[in-house]
Ligand binder design. Structure first.
Ligand SMILES: *Cc1c(COP(=O)(O)O)cnc(C)c1O
Length: 464
């Protein structure tokens, strides 16, 4: 054995203790460190690949010294950029163990990992009130879950023409439109990966002043398709304003028109953890495929999302992976080798399983409600200061606002000033042509005091 490996094997415990100390330092800093890193113009350069390794402890120290101050505070309470969750204590602890256990999460008969994944998926369906008959699979993120959804939709469309696309490809099939009023950019990426092309999306009109689909216009588009199959992507929580398509009304159209219904509920779906908010997703049980992220509002560390479907056999057709040394696909919901885009798979279900057990229904409902209350609180502060305006009503856990009379450059300037200040981190966006800032609140740590601190910083930075 190479010397350094032998030494590191002998001091494995000390190495993990050192990592534990680094983790403790980082966690302790979260409340006070800048919400996002302010990167210098050039980052510390990496030495050339050493001939002789320096060993784990020296490499850990090198990272700590050179890079720990340059890490984002994104698991902290005032990182409101994009849609970003943190990691609860239970899910972080589980994630550490995932690396130690290093299981290949398959049903090979040599590990319980796939059984634990199945339990995590079952608990998640219970948490959100989704049909127990759905099957799911943990993938790396909502982009991948949307990809699974589009690949299943493609397979279903092929069957409508008597073609097994997974075996024979799309050759010769007519183009199939994907109707959506507010598809997330990752759905376009998924369509690209699935060979259907980004241009397959046909944008549906939105309701006036909303991001939700005009269902009457969708019905018209479906009617024009006659008996040709289509694909509909509904949003259960748009990134900008957390608007929801009327899934029940869209699902009702399935009685008259042939289409695959995919629901992107990447973060909005988690609102259903609070039973009073389940009405936002009424009708979701009619979906053919559904995306939900674990690494956003469920506060599991990256990377974990779930792709659910009510069409297990189609999923096996698309993702089966049979070879001389791998078992043939059985139509069971825990044979993940035949369900996921990935073959070798991280045991990423464990942090989800651990979080769901550790905090239960009450815990997740409390986070959802506390985050929504924080959004309402900030919304009220903004509405109460004549120098700011809300650009959209606060529907759930996102606040969209801008300084009054600010153009895109002024909005960008405020965003940069807040980033530099470090009190909070928000990201810019555009809503119906209007530049704005988005505050997306998904972190289990965030309180109303964090919103007060954020608003104080915004007021202070606007006046200088
Ligand atoms: C974040 C997000 C995605 C993409 O998710 P990743 O986990 O980043 O791959 C897709 N759809 C919606 C609505 C999202 O918010």
């Amino acid at each position: 054995m190479y010397d350094r490996l032998k030494e590191d094997l002998a001091s494995f415990d000390e190495i993990l203790d050192q990592a534990r100390a680094m983790a403790g330092n980082y966690l302790a800093s979260l409340d006070e460190r800048p919400a996002a890193a302010n990167l210098p113009p050039s980052l510390p350069t990496c030495p050339a690949l050493p001939e002789q390794g320096e060993g784990a402890q020296a490499a850990l120290r090198r990272f700590e010294e050179n890079y720990s101050a340059l890490l984002s505070g994104s698991p902290g309470p005032r990182y409101f950029g994009f849609v970003t969750g943190g990691g609860t204590p239970a899910s972080v602890a589980a994630d550490w163990l995932v690396s130690v256990y290093d299981q290949n999460a398959q049903k090979n008969g040599d590990t319980c990992a796939s059984a634990v994944e199945l339990q995590a998926l079952d608990m998640l369906k219970q948490l959100l009130g989704w049909p127990s008959s759905w099957t799911g699979v943990c993938v790396t993120g909502a982009t991948m879950a949307n990809y699974v959804g589009m690949a299943l939709a493609r397979q279903w469309v092929g069957h409508q023409f008597g073609v097994d696309v997974a075996t024979n490809g799309l050759h010769g099939l007519p183009r199939t439109p994907v109707f959506s009023a507010s598809a997330h950019s990752s759905t376009l990426k998924a369509l690209s990966m699935a060979g259907m092309g980004r241009n397959a999306i046909q944008a549906m009109p939105q309701l006036r002043g909303r991001e939700a689909c005009d269902v009457a216009a969708l019905e018209q588009a479906l009617r024009e398709r006659g008996d040709q199959p289509s694909i509909v992507v509904a949003s259960a929580g748009t990134v900008n304003t957390v608007d929801f398509d009327d899934i029940a009304a869209i699902a009702e159209l399935k009685q008259r028109y042939p289409f695959w219904l995919h629901v992107d509920a990447a973060f909005g779906g988690v609102a259903a953890a609070s039973p009073g908010r389940r009405g936002l997703m009424a009708g979701i049980e009619a979906a053919d495929s559904v995306t939900v992220d674990a690494h956003k509002w469920l506060n599991v560390p990256y990377d974990c999302a779930v792709a659910f479907t009510s069409h297990l056999p189609l999923q096996i057709e698309v993702f089966k992976n049979h070879s001389d040394y791998l078992p043939a696909p059985e139509p069971t919901p825990d044979n993940f080798l035949h369900l996921a885009p990935e073959n070798s798979r991280r045991f990423r279900a464990l942090p989800l399983w651990m979080g769901l057990l550790a905090y239960g229904r009450e815990g997740y409902a409390e986070v959802v409600e506390r985050n929504c209350a924080a959004a309402r609180h900030l919304g009220a502060l903004i509405a109460g200061d004549g120098r700011f305006k809300l650009v959209a009503p606060v529907r759930l856990n996102v606040v969209c606002f801008a300084p009054v009379g600010a153009d895109a450059a002024a909005v960008a300037l405020l965003q940069k000033a807040l980033h530099r200040d470090g009190s909070a981190y928000v990201t810019p966006s555009v809503l119906h042509g209007e530049p704005m800032l988005r505050v997306a609140i998904c972190n289990w740590r965030t309180t109303t005091e964090d919103m007060d601190r954020t608003f104080e910083a915004l007021q202070r930075l606007l006046s200088c």
